[in-house]
Design a protein around this ligand. Structure first.
Ligand code: TRP
Length: 477
């Protein structure tokens, strides 16, 4: 495979992988999961999952990709034979599923960015009502609120942005765009945090977020923490195999993976630090208890935050609110790029198709796969309450199924490394670019985690997650 493309060096790779990791998961899902699971205690469990399970899986994935120098399917196939190739295919399909609904939510964020920056969204009174109408009526161009409201168009645009970048290839597309968007994202995030900490009552939010209450520790906390950690680090479906395959043998994988994990975790942490002071500020303004503000679920950033921006007044609200949604769009775009690259790399490597053509064809197919998720938010009642899925909507169903694919994929990957490819082969790959690896403590840690801890714990938790999804965790314990 002469010219598959490659990252220009360590920084390009780290930024791209961190860009894949940092996404809606960090800014949209992490704060509300933390809110639902007791704040600080969730943070602790989450950090434990990252260290014990996610870091080893991440190193393993990157090593597989770089050793095989191929896409997700090709890598497993090359190192482990055809049967294992199916695990790669499973990952590619999981990636398509994720991107299909992810792009819908990214489209909402893009719509909100436009509405807040250039429209009159902040003049509304009923933010919940607006969000309900917004996601419900995907085609309406002149809604009851007088705002252009077509989230079909917004999400189509988002897919087009993604495709334009991916079609430019690894260095000119993926790497270059991440080099602009990732630093901007950090700057915006830090700027909003600094501002939010100056608001009245901000520190009561910080306290909720940072002081753990151990009585809140439940099995649900661990299950949610693990799912979130896998999703947030983009693990378990071959995105990092694909990115790893573009990494030079000179670079150090173990330290790069540490930087990527820290970059991702810090954005999740900072998002909480941005959101909780804002929520407590709103509670103060409205003179209610913060627990009365529904911070759970998707409405957190689409209903509660806009209301807060509204409280900030017309000019400041527009600036802070517009910056916030721009931040969300950047975070989402660096992730959708990595998701689209997975099937694209497969088709380019295995079927030798032309990159540009494949990018646009896949983007279109995945966009169409996302339509059921898009109309499941109210427009189509049949998809809004799935009978076989405890009355939940289709978007939630697909998102839950992808969570399952990731932990199952991660579990099988650790089995692949320790029982099929061979941990000594992974060692040999990791020693490239890291002269001290063979005698390091990281090596011992990776051996124990990938041989025993990851397969057993991920296997067990995957089963719990599957049972939880289909039967409800209350019924399990
Ligand atoms: N990690 C991203 C987020 O937190 C989502 C994402 C991008 C992803 N690529 C992935 C999740 C690959 C799983 C696998 O939003």
């Amino acid at each position: 495979m002469a010219n598959r493309g490659n990252f220009s060096g360590r920084i390009g790779f780290i930024l791209a992988a961190a860009g894949s990791a940092v996404g809606l998961g960090n800014i949209w899902r992490f704060p509300y999961l933390a809110g639902e699971n007791g704040g600080a205690i969730f943070l602790l469990v989450y950090l434990g999952c990252i260290l014990l399970l996610c870091y080893p899986v991440m190193v393993g994935e990157i090593a597989i990709g770089r050793a095989a120098n191929s896409d997700a399917y090709g890598s497993y196939n090359k190192l482990g034979g055809k049967k294992w190739g199916y695990l790669g295919l499973f990952g590619i399909i999981a990636g398509i599923l994720i991107l299909s609904f992810y792009n819908v939510v990214a489209g909402w964020a893009f719509g909100y960015f436009l509405h807040i920056s250039f429209g009159d969204l902040l003049n509304l009174q009923d933010f919940g009502g607006f969000f309900g109408a917004f996601v419900n009526d995907i085609l309406d161009v002149s809604s009851a609120h007088g705002l252009a409201n077509s989230n079909l168009i917004f999400s189509l645009f988002f897919m087009v942005f993604t495709a334009i970048i991916v079609s430019q290839g690894i260095q000119k597309g993926i790497e270059a765009s991440n080099k602009i968007m990732m630093p901007s994202l950090y700057l915006i995030l830090l700027g909003i945090i600094v501002y939010s900490l100056t608001l009245p009552n901000a520190f009561s939010g910080v306290k909720f977020y940072l002081v753990p209450d151990f009585s809140e520790l439940k099995i649900q906390t661990v299950v949610d923490g693990l799912k979130q950690a896998f999703f947030s680090l983009s693990l378990g479906m071959g995105a990092l195999i694909t990115y790893g395959s573009y990494l030079s043998k000179k670079e150090n994988i173990t330290s790069s993976a540490a930087v990527i994990s820290i970059a991702d975790t810090s954005v999740a942490f900072f998002s909480g630090l941005m959101v909780f002071p804002l929520v407590h500020f709103l509670a103060f303004k409205l003179n209610i208890n913060p627990t009365e503000i529904g911070t759970s679920g998707p409405p957190l950033i689409f209903v509660v935050l806009p209301q807060i921006f509204h409280e900030m007044g017309p000019i400041l609200g527009r600036i802070i609110g517009g910056s916030f949604f721009l931040l969300v769009c950047f975070a989402a775009l660096t992730s959708t790029i990595s998701l689209l690259e997975v099937p694209v790399a497969y088709l380019v490597d295995q079927k030798k198709y032309n990159r540009k053509g494949v990018v646009w064809a896949m983007a279109l197919i995945i966009f169409v796969c996302g339509l059921p998720s898009m109309v499941s938010q109210g427009m189509m009642p049949a998809l809004n309450k799935l009978g076989f899925y405890r009355g939940q909507d289709f978007l939630t169903f697909i998102s839950d199924m992808s969570d399952i694919c990731l932990t199952v994929g991660g579990c099988l990957m650790s089995i692949f490394i320790s029982r099929r490819w061979g941990i000594h082969n992974m060692d040999a790959e990791l020693a490239n670019g890291n002269n001290n690896y063979m005698t390091s403590r990281v090596r011992k840690f990776l051996h124990i985690t990938l041989k025993w801890i990851a397969p057993i714990l991920l296997g067990f938790l995957s089963i719990v997650i599957i049972l939880e999804k289909f039967f409800g965790i209350e019924n399990l314990i």
